[in-house]
Ligand binder design. Structure first.
Ligand SMILES: NC(=O)c1ccc[n+]([C@@H]2O[C@H](COP(=O)([O-])OP(=O)(O)OC[C@H]3O[C@@H](n4cnc5c(N)ncnc54)[C@H](OP(=O)(O)O)[C@@H]3O)[C@@H](O)[C@H]2O)c1
Length: 329
């Protein structure tokens, strides 16, 4: 398959190349794409060198699949041009996620909604993906009513500039700021832009995307998204109220039987999920599973995943694998 990686020089793009190689995605021709600043740069994939091209050139090469992670503006402008040329686009930005004509997919949950007619497919937000991976099996069994989630998100979720800001602060070097405040030794209750309702765009992604992915609007989600000075991996404190009561052992069992989810919850041995140990892993880790003692049918848990892997690159590539395996491109 002829595969274009749009945003190949970025944080997500780099991990995409790594995951494509690891999973041995059937590539006959790789087309790395980035902004005009990077055209001509050499990237290595499976030991071979590839030259970065611009978007115009990439469209004219008519790839079978284009994996986009180059920001919302680039996706809005260029995904339709690729689609028109016959390419199927899987997009990591927020540009198409809530468009009712586009599918929003976490393969373990709703890959079956995909058809050959889907030419632009949206990959959910990183913090949404790890959340729904854990919520979906529990919702099937106990029916969720309301979820309250607070996130602890790493700087890699913002991109290369933010990682550089944290590194500069640690090294005591002045440099470009990705955030309005220092991030080292700090916590910013501010992920993405503020909206008119007082929430951030990231918080509204967490509130809306799960309903679309799970195909159910009967539950509600309230979110607070916080940026913390971890290099990689997002963590979430999640409180879920169900319609039906649950048994904690059964909750653990359900989660451990869910493909892509790992239960790490052994308090005697101080075992719980942490971002540094989720690094470079595709699984979503769940721990601190306990009953909320202040309210009936309510559960607390802690969910951690590598935002650049399952939160972005891996999920995108799983979608592409599903399309390839089911002859949908
Ligand atoms: N980081 C995450 O955890 C995460 C998770 C899910 C989704 N996403 C989404 O993925 C996208 C990329 O995120 P990132 O963290 O990888 O950002 P990043 O590190 O800043 O990389 C951005 C990439 O996009 C390219 N690009 C920027 N403007 C472009 C243009 N006008 N035309 C073509 N290419 C352009 C850049 O190329 P140059 O190197 O040439 O500038 C670079 O390859 C964003 O939409 C983000 O919301 C990120």
């Amino acid at each position: 398959m002829k595969v274009a990686v749009v945003g190949a020089t970025g944080m997500v793009g780099e991990v995409m190349l790594k995951v494509l190689a690891e999973r041995n995605f059937p590539i006959t021709e790789l087309i790395p794409v980035a902004s005009e600043r990077s055209v001509g740069k050499i990237l290595t994939y499976k030991g071979n060198d590839y030259t970065v091209v611009g978007l115009e050139t990439a469209v004219s090469m008519k790839p079978d699949i284009a994996l986009f992670s180059a920001g919302g503006g680039t996706s809005l402008e260029w995904a339709p041009k690729f689609a028109e040329a016959g390419t199927t686009v899987v997009d990591n930005s927020s540009a198409w996620r809530m468009d009712p004509t586009k599918k929003l997919v976490v393969p373990e949950i709703n890959a079956d909604v995909l058809t050959k007619e889907d030419k632009i497919i949206a990959n959910p937000n990183c913090s949404t993906i790890q959340l729904v991976m854990a919520l979906n099996p529990l919702h099937d069994k106990y029916k969720m009513k309301r979820v309250v989630v607070s996130t602890y998100q790493s700087v890699s979720g913002t991109g290369v500039k933010a990682v550089q800001q944290l590194e500069n602060e640690i090294a005591g070097v002045e440099g470009e700021m990705a955030y309005p405040y220092p991030i080292g030794r700090n916590a910013l209750p501010h992920c993405d832009v503020f909206l008119e309702n007082g929430y951030t765009k990231e918080e509204m992604k967490l509130a809306r995307e799960p309903q679309k992915i799970m195909g159910d609007r009967t539950f509600s989600i309230s979110a607070t998204a916080v940026r913390i000075p971890t290099a990689g991996g997002h963590s979430e404190s999640v409180n879920v109220e169900f319609e039906n009561d649950f048994d904690l052992a059964e909750v653990r069992q359900l989660l451990s039987e869910t493909p892509g989810v790992v239960v790490q919850d052994d308090l005697e041995n101080n075992s719980y999920p942490m971002p540094i140990y989720a690094h470079d892993k595709d699984e979503v880790f769940v721990g601190r599973i306990r009953r909320d003692e202040t309210q009936p049918n309510t559960l607390n848990m802690w969910i951690v995943a590598d935002n650049l892997r399952k939160g972005a690159a891996t999920n995108t590539i799983q979608i592409a694998e599903y399309l390839a395996q089911n002859n949908l491109v």
